[in-house]
Design a protein around this ligand. Structure first.
Ligand code: PLP
Length: 388
């Protein structure tokens, strides 16, 4: 029998490296510091709200662009925390996580053959999102140790086919929280070149020290050309609930809603309802969130320093990119394989964040979205790591 012909669309995608590391972590009973998911529970009131929503009958499709009460709570959050006036009727689309929000925005706001600028190192989903839409990715480097954006490099990446700029703020994997001057340079570029920014702000509440997140959409000229994407997953430790949203001007939202409707119909209804409780948590919740992540960050960074990894302390999000040069391994894969098998700690090989793998071949990414006891055990294990 002739086998069915296989399509080529997914051929350029690289199998998720994080999934492979998670598999190896399980095989070797290693501590999994690769995938950015918490090993602790969401707030009790938020979990109780989900149970109550299921009991009260929130079990069918919601409006395709989101439960109206949840959209109202999202608009209220943006007014209160981000300084953004948002119309929940015309500017909010609730999606199945930030992942779907980004894909829906990319599909809705570009045509095949257009170009998208991606800041590198990047969150690995952005490249397949562009390729599925037929977009050509162009890369702009954020270089260690400062990982700052060079406006000249941004300008050099532009072409008449550039439609979108994709960025994450606070950034995964670099831990950057972009300063107002950097955002102003991005805004100047987008306005001058008539480019739409898709900004993934999923880590907006997780920042350290004096670093504070600023929404790009609040900069002059950006409200009409920014898609702000965020969600419940990281702020409330509910990555499995699959609830995110996009906020964009009515003309952009109208297109995003069409893409979203035909992708997934709607996000999970009971978790949208529970999201209202999450978004109405008091400011003390976010102070506590930052304080808790600050302690987790300190445990991991201390362990990395004691072991001899050079790294740049993250300003936000919950990852750190560490250099592996002192340990004498051929590349990040050899190092990560050794670490998971012999030391019992799983990390993400840094090459997976670059379109030219060699650029990340002497780095790995650790997450510290874990209980302090998990991180202390990882620290004990890392102390066994020897230079070759
Ligand atoms: C930058 C970034 N965006 C999006 C996601 C995924 O978001 P969601 O689970 O809401 O789809 C992640 C998960 O690690 C992430 O790091």
């Amino acid at each position: 029998m002739t086998p069915p012909p296989l399509a080529t669309r997914t051929r350029p995608f690289i199998e998720s490296v994080i999934r492979e590391m998670t598999r190896l972590a399980e095989e070797h009973a290693a501590i999994n510091l690769s995938q950015g998911l918490p090993d602790f529970d969401p707030p009790e009131s938020v979990r109780a709200a989900a149970i109550e929503a299921l009991r009260q009958g929130a079990n069918q499709y919601s409006f395709t662009w989101g439960d109206p009460r949840f959209r109202a709570a999202i608009a209220e959050k943006y007014r209160r925390d981000n300084g953004l006036a948002v119309d929940p009727e015309q500017e909010v689309t609730v999606t199945c996580g930030v992942s779907e929000g980004v894909v829906a925005a990319v599909l809705a706001l570009s045509d095949p053959g257009d170009e998208a600028i991606i800041l590198e190192p990047y969150y690995e989903n952005y490249v397949p999102a562009c390729l599925m839409a037929g977009l050509i990715p162009r890369y702009v480097s954020l270089r260690p140790p400062a990982y700052t954006l060079d406006p000249e490099e941004l300008e050099a990446a532009w072409s008449p086919r550039t439609r979108l700029l994709l960025l994450t703020n606070p950034d995964n994997p670099t831990g950057r929280v972009f300063r107002r001057e950097e955002l102003a340079a991005i805004a100047d570029f987008c306005v001058r070149r008539n480019v739409i920014a898709v900004v993934d702000e999923i880590y907006e509440y997780i920042t350290y020290g004096e670093h504070r997140h600023i929404s790009l959409a609040t900069l002059p000229g950006m409200a009409e050309r920014t898609v702000t994407v965020s969600g419940l997953g990281k702020s409330y430790a509910v990555t499995g609930w699959r609830v995110g949203w996009t906020v964009a001007a009515p003309s952009l939202t109208a297109l995003i809603r069409k893409a979203h409707d035909y992708l997934t119909i709607c996000a999970p209804t009971p978790f949208q309802v529970a999201g209202i409780t999450a978004l109405r948590l008091p400011p003390t919740y976010y102070d506590q969130l930052r304080a808790d992540y600050h302690r987790r960050r300190a445990i991991l960074l201390e362990a990395l320093e004691a072991t001899g990894f050079p790294f740049t302390p993250p300003q936000g999000a919950y990852y750190v990119m560490a250099e592996i040069t002192p340990f004498g391994f051929a590349d990040d894969w050899a190092f990560a394989t050794h670490l998971v098998r012999e030391i019992g700690v799983a990390v993400v090989p840094g090459s997976s964040f670059y379109h030219r793998p060699a650029d990340g071949a002497q780095t790995v990414r650790f997450t510290f979205a874990k209980r302090e006891s998990t991180l202390r055990e990882a620290a004990r294990r890392l102390a066994r790591l020897q230079r070759r």
